[in-house]
Ligand binder design. Structure first.
Ligand SMILES: Cc1ncc(COP(=O)(O)O)c(C=O)c1O
Length: 303
């Protein structure tokens, strides 16, 4: 990889800070945006800006087509079975809260167990604390080894037939540990538990194939993978998304509405992203293209 060529893609780096060329080392918190993504946003506002799934005029159709194309591309990006399994959210945190509020609270009862690890970002801790407090479920932790890794024997010892949810990061923002998602998922499924994977730190660095991992939910944020702030993805197996109720009503997710009642559309409108759409559409596509074109032989571009 030619680092100087890649550097040229990031206009923000073309400045001095404290008399030195800017070096940015905080990509795990939020990555900078390549010119391709910035141009895509500009193009969208200059040419195609409209309300998706609402307007039947030309711009509305273009915006809607681009929005649904983005959903299909995201599905392809993580090898989801279908684009019906992609819910757009504001980011990883919103995705976790959506699963906690709309799914976990429905399936957990007093005495059930939610299993997580001590290496989680607080976005993958507090929502589970909330579910436990609301339902009487018990929050359990898979202990860590001295080197910060997870031992499969500890996973086996922690899971029981009362375990309903197993939630953990693919790559830890705290330790950098890469967790064995496939193996943990296999064990969790043996107990009938549902697996949620926080992919916020893995998606910019690792190929992700959700069918291969077989996890039930997988979440990530656009702003950590060269995309815009305020967008993210919740992947969920179709059969599980069908069980979930939206946590936010209104906007493009409504199928039919009258003064007394309304019906909602298919499950991937679980979270109403209407106001985030414009920042998302092309940017998702351009982010993906950028990863493959500028990232050399790899399908991922590592910042
Ligand atoms: C592992 C992990 N999970 C979740 C989050 C929260 O992501 P967001 O703020 O985009 O919702 C972060 C952010 O640093 C993270 O590193």
């Amino acid at each position: 990889m030619d680092v100087s060529e890649v550097r040229k893609c990031f206009p923000i780096l073309n400045q001095q800070v404290n008399g030195h060329p800017l070096t940015y080392l905080d990509s795990a918190a939020s990555s900078q945006k390549p010119i391709q993504v910035i141009d895509a946003l500009k193009h969208y506002y200059e040419w195609d800006n409209a309300n998706v799934h609402r307007g039947v005029h030309t711009l509305g159709s273009r915006a809607t087509d681009a929005y649904e194309l983005a959903r299909a591309k995201v599905a392809q990006f993580i090898q989801a079975h279908s684009e019906r399994e992609i819910v757009f959210t504001r980011g990883t945190t919103t995705a976790i809260n959506l699963v906690g509020g709309s799914f976990a609270r429905e399936i957990c009862e007093a005495g059930d167990e939610i299993v997580i690890t001590p290496m989680e970002h607080h976005s993958n801790l507090i929502p589970w604390q909330q579910v436990a407090a609301a339902t009487g479920a018990v929050l359990k932790f898979i202990p860590l080894q001295a080197d910060g890794s997870i031992a499969m024997q500890d996973v086996k010892d922690t899971l029981t037939n009362r375990t309903k949810i197993v939630a953990f990061s693919h790559v830890s923002n705290v330790l950098g540990a890469i967790n064995p998602v496939k193996e943990i998922t296999k064990l969790a499924h043996l107990h009938g538990a549902v697996v949620f994977v926080d992919g916020a730190q893995s998606i910019p660095h690792l190929p992700v194939d959700v069918q291969e991992l077989d996890c039930d939910f997988y979440a990530f944020s656009g702003h950590k993978m060269c995309g815009p702030t305020g967008i993210g993805v919740l992947y969920g197996k179709d059969k599980l998304l069908q069980l979930m109720e939206p946590i936010e009503f209104g906007g493009e997710m409504i199928d039919h509405v009258d003064l007394g009642s309304a019906t909602v559309r298919v499950s991937f409108y679980l979270y109403n992203t209407r106001e985030d759409v414009d920042r998302l559409i092309y940017a998702v596509l351009e982010t993906k293209k950028f990863f493959s074109e500028e990232g050399g032989s790899s399908d991922r571009f590592v910042l």
